[in-house]
Each structure stands twice: as C-alpha cells, then as structure tokens.
Design a protein around this ligand. Structure first.
Ligand SMILES: NC(=O)c1ccc[n+]([C@@H]2O[C@H](COP(=O)([O-])OP(=O)(O)OC[C@H]3O[C@@H](n4cnc5c(N)ncnc54)[C@H](O)[C@@H]3O)[C@@H](O)[C@H]2O)c1
Length: 371
C-alpha cells in the first residue's frame, strides 16, 4: 500500500480529533504509508469547504454520500452523532471502504447488528473509536494483569463522571432525545465497558438502575421538552471470569470533567487508575507488604509502548488527542495485516449487547444475562 487515502465525515469534537490523528500518525510512527487527506463531508457545502481547508483535505462535500462513493477514498472516518453511524458505516462498507466509526455503534440493536453483518460481508477493516484502551498506561496495566501481578482478579469498581449535562438551564438538544440512545449507559458508559473488555474480558450479567436529574429542558425557542434519556446509571455486574463489579455513571456531575476511574482488586494486590490523571496509575502488591504498606505511583514512561514514539522523557505525559493517534496507528496496522489492539465491530457488538442488557434490566427490574 503506497498511500492511505482518507475520507472524514463530521468535523465537531471527534471530527477534529480524527483529523489531528490522521495528520499526526505518520510523523509520530514513521512506519506507515503516506497519509492523504482526500475528501471531507459535512452537513453543508459551506462548512465542509471551511473545515477541509482547516484540516488539510483536498475535496469537500455537503453530502456525506459523495465521500463514501469517492473512488479515491480507502477509509472513512465517521464522527457524526450516533443516529447516523449505521447508515454511513454500512454505505461505506458496501462501497468497499474500510471504516473507523466513533462509538457507540448505533442506538438501535438491529442497526448495530446490521453494521456487523456489513463489516463481515465486506471483509474490510471496521473499528470503533474506543480511544481510552489505547493509553500506554492501560496497556501496561493489561500486561501486569496478564502476568498475574495482582493475582486472581475478584472485584472491579468503575466510575465515569463528567459535567456536560450538569447545567439544568442548558437547552434541550438531540442528545436528550430517545432517538440518540439511552443516555449515560450508551453515549458514555461504553467507554468503561471497552476498558473492562480489554483488561478482563466480557460481562456475563447485569443489574441496572437509571435516573434523570432533570425531567425537562427548555428548547432554544423556549418550549419545554421532556428529557427522554437518563444521565445517571448504577450497574451491578458479574464478569465472564467470575469477578463481581460495579459501574457508576453520571453525565451531570458538576466538577467532574473526564473522570474514568478503575479499581481492580486481586488476590495479590490492587490497581487504581483515573483518566483525569491518565499518565499514571497506582499499584499495591502484597509482595511489598513486609517493607511497605502503601500504594506506589507508576508514571508513564518510554518503556510503556508506544509512549516512546511521542516523547523520550518519562513522566512528561501524553494527552487525550494522542490516544486517537495511537488508535489510528492500530487501525493502519490492521489495514496492513498486522495484529493490533482495537475494538472492531465484532468486539463492539458485545459492548452494545451489554448496554441493551442494562436497559432491559432497568425496564424489568431484574438481573439480565448478556446475550
Ligand atoms: N471517543 C471519544 O472519546 C468520543 C468523545 C466524544 C464523542 N464521541 C462520539 O463521536 C460522535 C460525534 O460526537 P461529537 O461530540 O464529535 O459531536 P459534534 O456535535 O461535536 O460533531 C458532530 C459533527 O457531525 C456533523 N454532522 C451532523 N450531521 C451530519 C450529516 N448528515 N452529514 C455530515 N456531517 C454531519 C456536525 O455538523 C458536526 O460537525 C458521537 O458518536 C459520539 O458518541 C466519542
């Protein structure tokens, strides 16, 4: 493959993140083909042209289908709201393109299953934007778990909190409509699930409670609309490996910005991680007990690959957007036939099924097995 020709749909928060990743992957990793930014799609021609100039794309369209149908495009980055993912991803796969789609797959289970079927039928690479699993610190935690450093994991406690839905006076938007999904568990809780899947494996069954801090919001036109989704959720779970766990999610948690904490408890020690301090984790090993009783803080360093590709100095730290660059390198690797660490549509569907089991558990007030 001489070059990888990129199409991008959507240029908001995640669209910019993908554009930065496509621009950075070659300078950071060197060992990838030339990246050509070919075609950018947005909701209008005007916005598409402006963003194409800003991000460095050669062509721009106000109709995303032009991107998907462009014969020069090899891969399509899909960074639009959740309700568009299925239609766009399926069209891209059917047009013979590889797909890098933002999480989650789709609000409707049937649409997510159709995305998986399209990926299987196409034989193309189809992955989801689960960037948090790409943190070199998380990779190091996985190595420690695989080596049995903290023994057999018996319990897991996970919290994810942000405050982007905390303001009761903020206007009603598409993310408050049921058509965008359930709220905290799918728009948000899929991230902790991606970490759980990568570190410890699948979830076997769940018991979920959900809550709405605000029942209605005002639209920009001063109309009152009921909020149709749940910003808060608490889930008890049992993993396939037998460990018990708790996930607590809150998108309306004033002061919390990007908190995603893991507490992993094993028979020989514990690991603590917080995404708001993503360049470190804390480790307690029973082997240390004779001399020390506390946790030690482990800092991200060049011997936690691919940290070394970004920066030679230990403890200086990567950022959120760097994780997307790592994800992009993993994706390119997959396109080149390498074995890499990503959440593809096959893994993604297990996360979606877990989400729908949570929603069903809440509706029916009981434990539900993940199908
Ligand atoms: N991986 C992460 O950490 C992460 C973080 C935030 C959001 N996301 C996901 O990224 C996706 C987008 O979220 P966001 O926060 O970037 O949203 P956003 O609102 O900032 O951006 C969405 C973009 O899609 C464009 N768009 C909407 N309809 C379109 C259409 N029909 N054709 C072309 N473009 C269209 C909008 O104009 C906008 O530029 C969601 O699926 C979300 O779940 C992932």
């Amino acid at each position: 493959m001489k070059s990888i020709n990129v199409g991008l749909i959507g240029t908001g928060y995640m669209g910019k993140c993908h554009a930065l990743a496509w621009n950075a992957v070659k300078p950071v990793f060197a060992d990838v083909p030339e990246i050509r930014l070919v075609h950018l799609g947005e909701a209008t021609d005007e916005l598409a042209r402006a963003k194409a100039a800003e991000f460095g794309f050669s062509r721009a369209s106000g109709d995303w289908r032009r991107v998907v149908e462009d014969p020069e495009v090899d891969i399509v980055s899909i960074t639009t709201p959740n309700r568009f993912h299925a239609e766009m991803a399926i069209a891209a796969l059917e047009a013979g393109k590889h797909v890098w789609c933002e999480k989650p797959m789709a609000p409707e289970p049937a649409d997510a299953e159709a995305m998986l079927a399209a990926a299987r039928a196409s034989g193309k690479v189809a992955i989801l934007g689960y960037n948090y699993i790409q943190n070199p610190v998380i990779r190091h935690i996985r190595r420690l778990l695989d080596e049995g450093a903290i023994g057999a994991v018996n319990h897991l406690r996970v919290e994810m909190d942000e405050d982007f839905m905390a303001d009761a006076a903020a206007p009603f938007m598409y993310r408050h409509e049921a058509s965008s999904g359930y709220g905290a568990i799918d728009d948000f809780g899929v991230h902790p699930l991606s970490l759980i899947h990568m570190l410890l494996g699948g979830v076997a069954r769940v018991m979920c409670d959900m809550a709405k801090p605000y029942q209605s919001r005002k639209t920009a036109g001063d109309e009152t609309r009921p909020v149709e989704v749940f910003d808060i959720a608490t889930i008890l779970m049992r993993l396939e490996n037998g460990a018990s766990g708790v996930i607590a999610l809150n998108r309306a948690a004033w002061g919390r910005k990007g908190r995603l904490t893991l507490q992993i408890f094993g028979s020989e020690g514990s690991i603590l991680y917080d995404q708001e301090r993503m360049n470190e984790f804390r480790l307690y090993l029973t082997a240390d007990r004779t001399t020390e009783q506390g946790f030690r803080t482990v800092l991200a360093a060049p011997h936690h690959p691919p940290y070394d590709r970004f920066i030679p100095a230990p403890g200086h730290g990567l950022g959120f957007n760097d994780l997307k660059v790592v994800e992009c390198r993993q994706l390119v690797g997959l396109m080149l036939g390498e074995e890499t660490t990503v959440i593809d549509f096959e893994d993604g569907i297990r996360i979606e099924r877990t989400i729908h089991a949570m929603a069903r558990s809440f509706r029916e007030g009981r434990w539900v097995e993940v199908a």
